[in-house]
Design a protein around this ligand. Structure first.
Ligand SMILES: Cc1cc2nc3c(=O)[nH]c(=O)nc-3n(C[C@H](O)[C@H](O)[C@H](O)COP(=O)(O)OP(=O)(O)OC[C@H]3O[C@@H](n4cnc5c(N)ncnc54)[C@H](O)[C@@H]3O)c2cc1C
Length: 481
């Protein structure tokens, strides 16, 4: 078998019975790929290679002092249906719990003080004119500028632009600085001057292009949906989580796969497509393994590295997707140590406030069973694309800063019952302006390599449902040859 860089695309055919398919990476993307491959073609010989000793990748739940702590994601959206669908497919849907109905909403920090998000302001759509007029977050000219959106000239082309350009054009500089940057930038841990509208927030760009603008379309949508209108910031009714933590979702998917398919503690070093399959070199193994097809469900950084010698051009394209990192500091406290009503799910911090803070999530307000009775669990996000230097902070610096922020903002006093620090270096792919075209190009290159498919959070969505969609799509492509 000779290794070649670009086997002929014309050799694509439907996958043969009993073919050997290897999936690299047992994060949620790789697990979904394996699950849907197995569902549709139980005859295939699947191998899921994972360097860690557990499934889930970024999905990691730990337990401390009776608290349930998510190191990574703590919920998923049901609007993109793939995650809920997967839960239904594997009989896990009854394990899901919704966000609490009390205290929905978020605080923004404004000139050092906590201010509630204006009622009815969901993501980028201000829907309540009264809330715009009365919010302390904007000056009078800032409010008028937001209301001007009703009359602002529309951009009719679909050329990409950044979140910052779009927001300043539609809602003005103040709304960008004080509301949109912390709200959306926090979700993507991104630099809004670079974040692509087409790749991340296309529906809002379409509200302008094809609808009546953000305020009008937002109001229309508000009328159409019932029940969640009192919340602001995010539509919390659309989010769910497994009662016993995100890790249990990964374990539930893994349990549906044939036992021999899961190989933990296996680190892949290189992936080399050949004329009739693929060679995989594994750390500590002398001979390369051979398979008929491979799905690479590793992060973009690792996928690029594994392909760097066999497919340098593709590797280069994948590695040009920028990455950012963040640290999550989780702290548990008795309720009595907190001098605040905690009447929200969290706090987001505008970069203009100059705090070493992206956001504070009050996990025990969001979901049941995250903390024992009369206790509170905070998850504090630090770093992101706008403060990358904070990734170099030591644990002591992170702890001291977090305690100071919690004390200043929420009147938290005394020692935390425990602290858990999760460092996610280079983990968050940044979808910059032009990302859609970059991924189109990557997919074109992959289409020329019959044995290879990609899945994961670097390409068409970072959220869990979209990672699952990427795995499902990769499975379909593998099956259809
Ligand atoms: C702090 C944080 C909070 C988040 N919050 C949310 C949220 O609330 N909701 C939401 O929807 N999304 C959230 N996300 C995003 C979401 O969690 C991720 O996009 C998603 O989990 C990525 O899954 P994945 O399978 O693509 O990648 P990963 O989870 O990174 O999986 C890749 C796997 O590949 C393995 N691997 C790596 N190298 C090798 C190798 N050489 N050989 C074999 N195996 C290898 C890794 O060990 C890992 O298990 C969050 C992300 C972070 C970091």
């Amino acid at each position: 078998m000779t290794a070649t860089a670009t086997p002929n695309a014309a050799s694509r055919t439907d996958i043969a019975q009993n073919s050997r398919v290897v999936i690299i990476g047992a994060g949620i993307s790789g697990l979904a790929t394996a699950y849907y491959l197995h569902q549709q073609r139980p005859d295939l010989q699947l191998s899921l290679l994972e360097s860690a000793d557990r499934p889930g990748g970024i999905l990691q739940t730990i337990h401390r002092n009776g608290f349930l702590i998510e190191r990574g994601p703590d919920m998923f959206i049901t609007r993109d249906p793939e995650a809920l669908q997967l839960c239904e497919d594997i009989g896990f849907a009854d394990q899901l719990i919704p966000t609490n109905t009390e205290n929905r909403g978020a605080y923004l920090i404004h000139r050092g003080k906590l201010r509630k998000m204006p009622t009815g302001w969901t993501m980028m759509t201000p829907t309540s004119l009264w809330a715009i007029v009365t919010t302390p977050l904007l000056s009078v000219p800032g409010k008028l500028r937001v209301l001007w959106e009703l009359f602002a000239k529309k951009k009719r082309t679909s050329t990409d632009e950044s979140l910052a350009e779009f927001t300043k054009r539609r809602l003005g500089q103040e709304a960008f600085d004080h509301i949109i940057q912390p709200l959306i930038g926090g979700i993507y841990t991104a630099d809004p001057e670079k974040l692509s509208m087409n790749a991340t927030l296309k529906s809002f760009a379409e509200m302008e292009r094809e609808g009546g603008g953000l305020i009008r379309e937002g109001r229309k949508q508000l009328k159409q949906r019932q029940g969640d209108s009192s919340s602001s910031g995010a539509r919390y009714g659309m989010f769910v989580t497994p009662a016993d933590g995100m890790q249990t979702l990964a374990e539930a998917v893994a349990s549906q796969l044939p036992a021999r398919c899961m190989e933990y503690g296996v680190t892949v070093n290189t992936v080399t497509p050949t004329d009739d399959g693929v060679q995989i070199s594994v750390q500590g193994e002398k001979d390369a393994r051979t398979y008929d097809k491979v799905v690479m469900a590793t992060s973009s950084q690792i996928t690029a590295r594994l392909l760097s010698s066999s497919l340098p051009e593709l590797s280069q394209s994948i590695s040009s997707i920028p990455l950012a990192g963040a640290s999550v500091v989780s702290m548990g406290y008795p309720r009595s140590a907190i001098d605040h009503p905690l009447d929200a799910f969290g706090i987001v911090s505008p970069i203009k406030e100059g705090r070493p803070l992206i956001a504070i999530s009050i996990s025990s307000q969001k979901f049941a069973r995250r903390a024992p009775d009369e206790h509170v669990l905070f998850r504090v996000f630090v770093g992101g694309a706008l403060q990358p230097e904070l990734m170099d902070w030591t644990d002591d610096q992170l702890i001291e800063s977090t305690r100071q922020q919690l004390a200043e903002l929420l009147g938290v006093s005394g020692e935390p019952l425990f602290t858990e620090i999760s460092r996610w270096e280079n983990t968050m792919p940044q979808y910059h302006v032009g990302h859609v075209e970059l991924v189109d190009n990557i997919e074109e290159q992959v289409a020329g390599i019959p044995c290879l498919e990609l899945a994961g959070n670097a390409y068409r969505g970072v959220g869990i449902p979209l990672c699952i969609r990427s795995g499902k799509t990769a499975a379909e492509k593998i099956i259809s040859g």
